[in-house]
Design a binder for this molecule. Structure first.
Ligand code: URA
Length: 249
């Protein structure tokens, strides 16, 4: 793996900032200063940044991230003023305070992440990260015709401005798969309603590199260290954050 990528994965800095650290001569590999970010490393080397070993930078080694298949009727806040069930109640994690990563409407089902790492939750939901989110929407008055599909793809005028380009496919009559990078309130529902096809049912099936897969509704799984690392390695507008082709972690 490239040295810059290895530093980013170890939590030193973003990939670009790690490259700069290397260029600036602040990184040693086995006691030698290395200035080429493309230097190949195996992870077995003794690496130091500004004299500190990589272990000292490892953030979140003891942090947890869970993936929940949120059922309908459950709210994605940590507490609900109306006494409804919340996503955090699905995870048994005594002594940890979990934060939902972003929001799903109460009637939306599907993939939502929960973590005790407030910094990670904050980073992932920041608009600059453009994490791709994939939704399946069952809409009224299907099939959706090409002009409406094109509007959804190119951008729809909502009351809070135009939506960014989206990937939209009609899987079956009236069943749309939409990939969006923004996270505005009720965005998918508002986009579909705007083109004349209100949403009847909505499910999120993917978030960045993660898929809902066949996890049952109400099911929870803890992400593996490798999956958490891939989330941590997301960069603002980076290849994985935008869903563009790129080197896989
Ligand atoms: N878009 C919506 O309209 N609702 C959600 O819950 C998520 C995205």
């Amino acid at each position: 793996m490239r040295l810059a990528k290895h530093l980013a994965h170890s939590g030193v800095a973003s990939r670009r900032a790690s490259e700069q650290l290397i260029f600036d001569g602040r990184v040693e590999v086995d006691n030698r200063v290395v200035t080429d970010p493309a230097t190949d490393v195996t992870g077995q080397e003794h690496i130091r940044v500004d004299g500190k070993t990589l272990r000292a930078f490892e953030r979140g080694a003891d942090r947890v991230v869970y993936l929940l298949h949120k059922p309908a009727g459950v709210v994605s806040t940590a507490k609900d003023t109306h006494g409804r069930k919340t996503v955090v109640e699905y995870v048994r994690s005594p002594g940890t305070r979990l934060y939902p990563v972003g929001r799903l409407d109460a009637d939306t089902t599907g993939l939502i992440l929960l973590t005790d790492d407030g910094d990670l939750a904050h980073r992932l939901t920041h608009p600059s990260f453009e994490v791709p989110k994939v939704y399946l929407a069952e809409v009224e008055k299907g099939p959706v015709r090409e002009p409406e599909l094109r509007r959804l793809r190119e951008g729809v005028k909502l009351e809070d401005g135009m939506t960014s380009p989206a990937k939209v496919r009609q899987l079956r009559q009236g069943i749309l798969e939409l990939t969006i990078h923004e996270g505005r309130k009720r965005q998918v529902k508002r986009m579909c309603a705007e083109v004349g096809h209100p949403v009847k049912k909505l499910q999120r099936v993917a978030y960045g590199p993660l898929r809902l897969g066949d996890l049952a509704e109400g099911g929870v799984r803890r992400l593996s260290a490798a999956e958490v690392e891939r989330l941590r390695a997301l960069e603002p507008g980076g290849p994985e954050a935008t869903g563009r082709e790129g080197t896989k972690a």
